[in-house]
Design a protein around this ligand. Structure first.
Ligand code: PLP
Ligand code: SF4
Length: 433
């Protein structure tokens, strides 16, 4: 592979069932949404499924609904039962199995809602950023979806009064500088409604960045229209994160969609979920990361699969993620390497994990190992103790000093905090004073 060809894995295919659909319809995302395959019997016909497979699909649908955009369905390899596109989009009976480790809302997104009545509309967990859910519609329902308790609940977008209420909260919460628009898939909204929402958020002066999380470049790339990009460009800085999981998803159409976004001046990141049997191989992830970068998409996160209900069959060992990072760091471009993270149960938040590179340390020396196994020392300056230099003070915002918390507060020389103690510690309860 060389040059242009490396930008995509394959030409976008079209299932023969839709061979007579005009180009105009096929490339119209409204047509794609309207013609999503939601009926197991139609799917049976299109994918030549057995009666048993179809029955299993029907039985699994009470858990999470099914919808495949004609575009995404067309990318399925008909001869491969383990086709990564198929495994992400066609339900199986495994989804009805709830394991002991499963949780309905593993990340406590509902509990971390700061406004009564906005549960499922707003999650505020981190100090300076929050998520607003603008729809629970998607063009394709990923079988590994972590927000499956809501995904596909309704095709009706979050009503404007609720969005207004959420924006009121953002307005009075001065330290929010990054608003993440998510769902569902926000790019299934009509451009006018999405613009209304972004415009509203943009009336808040302290919001610096607006981010959109969307899988549309992967599952319905025709949604990335000139009209959409022209609208988004009016509200810069806009950032987008998308969700490629496998090299096969980077068709020529997806490639064009990504580049259109980036050409609009929108930094485009990617979040991949590690999925058993789909992408849990270091060389698959490496190939995907290289394809992303060739398309100017910056790998952002590689997620350990969450503990949502009915997706245990997709989960891998955490060590696989660490091994993947071991296979990337040093072996390929630094900007082709995502952060491998586990999203903590109960709203613990994203926790980065990776191989260890520190071999040992002494008073002045550290010994590291590199990706080749080579070891080397770093000698720290002698006769030097660190004190934050006062000449920097004038460049530091007073407001920022107030928001140091957690472990960084313990580390801060400005603070007297020396520990963080979990609530209800048994050892503390035993004490008589
Ligand atoms: C992931 C997430 C964010 C964004 O986190 P980043 O690390 O900044 O991408 C914000 N809020 C919640 C609740 C999240 O889960
Ligand atoms: S696009 Fe996102 S929200 Fe929709 S089903 Fe896939 S993972 Fe879930």
């Amino acid at each position: 592979m060389s040059g242009q060809n490396y930008l995509y894995f394959a030409k976008a295919k079209r299932h023969t069932y839709w061979k007579d659909i005009s180009e105009r319809d096929w490339f119209d995302w409204n047509w794609q949404i309207k013609n999503r395959v939601t009926d197991p019997l139609l799917l049976q016909k299109l994918l030549h499924l057995s009666g048993k497979e179809t029955k299993n699909i029907q039985d699994s649908l009470k858990i999470l609904r099914m919808a495949l955009s004609p575009y995404f369905l067309s990318q399925i390899d008909m001869d491969d039962p383990h086709c990564p596109i198929r495994m992400q989009s066609v339900p199986t009976l495994y989804e009805t199995i709830i394991s002991k480790a499963d949780h309905e809302d593993p990340l406590n997104e509902e509990e971390d809602c700061p406004v009564k009545g906005l549960e499922g509309v707003l999650t505020h967990r981190y100090p300076d950023r929050l998520i607003i859910y603008v729809t629970y519609q998607c063009s394709m329902y990923c079988r590994h979806c972590t927000r499956r308790r809501h995904a596909g609940e309704t095709d009706i977008p979050t009503p404007l009064p609720l969005i207004e209420k959420a924006v009121d909260y953002i307005r009075k919460t001065k330290n929010i500088r990054d608003v993440l628009i998510s769902g569902g898939d926000p790019l299934t909204l009509k451009t006018e409604y999405l613009e209304k929402i972004i415009k509203l958020i943009r009336t808040v002066k302290h919001v610096e960045v607006v981010r959109i999380g969307t899988r549309v470049p992967v599952v319905m790339p025709m949604r990335i229209t000139d009209e959409l990009i022209t609208m988004l460009k009016k509200y810069h800085p806009i950032w987008i994160n998308t969700h490629f999981n496998h090299p096969k998803e980077m068709t020529d159409l997806s490639s064009r969609a990504c580049q259109k976004i980036v050409d609009g001046g929108i930094p485009l990141g990617n979040q991949t979920v590690l999925l058993r049997g789909i992408n849990n191989h270091p060389l698959i992830i490496k190939k995907l990361m290289k394809l992303l970068v060739a398309n100017r998409v910056r790998p952002y996160y590689l997620f350990q699969c969450d503990l949502s209900q009915g997706i245990e069959h997709f989960r891998t060992k955490i060590s696989e993620g660490i091994e993947i990072i071991e296979n990337l760091r040093g072996h390929t471009s630094g900007f082709a390497i995502p952060v491998f993270a586990v999203d903590g149960l109960g709203g613990g938040g994203k926790t980065p994990l990776g191989p260890n590179y520190v071999v040992s340390q002494s008073n002045h020396k550290w010994v590291f190992r590199n990706f080749e196994g080579l070891m080397f020392a770093y000698t720290e300056p002698k006769d030097y103790t660190y004190e934050p230099p006062s000449q920097m003070d004038k460049y530091i915002d007073e407001e920022d000093k107030k928001h140091i918390l957690g472990v960084s507060e313990i580390l801060s020389s400005q603070s007297n905090k020396v520990n963080i103690i979990p609530e209800g510690l048994a050892r503390h309860k035993r004490r008589t004073k």
